[in-house]
Design a protein around this ligand. Structure first.
Ligand code: NDP
Length: 285
């Protein structure tokens, strides 16, 4: 006898989540603001709730996955006493502050709150390739772990309901940086009429090799140790001019590279200022 679950929000992600619970055999109740989106799920065996409160009342665990926390607020606004004693698992993307605020609001109404960050696209939900980061109520995480593992691999970040959002945004920051760099590279290669796909055999192992240096860089940041015997700031400043020039020559936007150049130049200026200040402090002989 598998635990009943309610899924609120049937966009691309919520639908994939509800489908996975149904496939696993959980009695699944669904609700979406626009009712038509529940039809396919109902055909697959889901029970349609007519109101948010009906969806919440149907199960001890309620999974919410909607656009943003504004939508979460709209949904929870009308749910008062009905929340008491239930587990609210919010997989909506947001900020740590939003997660903590929602946790406090839900907990005040007698429910337990677990926040989650989904590191997968809907097609990956229910496979081992999906990862969901969780933080908040340890009680909920422990009680429903087998069910949550049905969605994908789990990573428990502890009791602070803000950490799932933080780690989610941290990982996405690294991802967007990589994608931005990759698309800059594709524009550059295509400016010479070379297919982008042709250079992926070079760029993939290159990025893998570069990522091997990340733990050492992280150690240096943690230690506040910014000296280098690898590649000086001035050599990077000089070399970086070529990125801007090649874009201008090939008729490609410099929108991505110019701010990076600004950071490299800016930090050098900053360190010169620091050095000067430092020198001033040294007493004259
Ligand atoms: P969709 O745009 O497909 O769905 C958005 C959902 O939010 C719909 O069910 C929509 O209802 C609902 N919604 C929006 N505003 C409100 C509101 N004011 N009140 C009630 N419901 C509302 O988005 P996804 O399903 O793709 O994404 C959902 C969440 O999952 C987001 O936080 C997203 O960042 C996260 N996520 C998505 C990933 C993806 O690859 N898709 C990957 C990882 C995380 P309606 O149908 O009525 O418009």
């Amino acid at each position: 006898n598998l635990q009943p679950v309610s899924v609120i929000g049937l966009g691309m992600m919520g639908t994939a989540i509800a489908q996975t619970f149904l496939k696993e055999g959980h009695p699944t109740t669904v609700w979406n603001r626009t009712p038509g989106k529940a039809e396919a799920l109902v055909m697959q065996g889901a029970k349609l709730a007519n109101t948010v409160n009906e969806a919440i009342a149907a199960s001890p665990i309620v999974v919410i996955c909607v656009l943003d926390y504004g939508a979460v607020d709209d949904i929870l606004e009308g749910a008062g006493e009905i929340l008491a004693g239930r587990a609210i698992v919010n997989l909506t993307n947001g900020t740590p502050a939003q997660g903590r605020r929602t946790a406090a609001w839900v907990t005040e109404r007698g429910a337990d709150y677990l926040d989650g960050g989904i590191m997968a696209v809907p097609q990956m939900i229910g496979t081992s390739g999906a990862l969901v980061l969780y933080s908040g109520s340890e009680k909920v995480f422990q009680a429903y772990q087998p069910m949550l593992k049905g969605l994908g691999a789990v990573n428990d970040l502890g009791e602070d309901p803000g950490l799932a959002s933080l780690y989610d945004l941290v990982l996405l920051s690294a991802m967007y940086g990589m994608f931005g760099g990759f698309f800059q590279a594709t524009a550059m290669i295509r400016s010479e009429q070379i297919q982008a796909e042709a250079f992926t055999e070079l760029v993939v192992p290159w990025l893998q090799a570069m990522s091997a240096s990340l733990p050492l860089m992280a150690q240096a940041v943690d230690a506040g140790e910014h000296r280098t015997n690898v590649s000086s700031l001035s050599i990077n400043q000089t070399g970086f001019v070529n990125f801007i020039e090649v874009c201008q020559e090939q008729g490609i936007s410099t929108e991505l590279m110019t701010p990076i150049q600004g950071l490299i130049t800016g930090s050098e200026k900053l360190s010169l200022v620091r050095k000067r200040k430092h020198l001033k402090k040294i007493p004259k002989a």
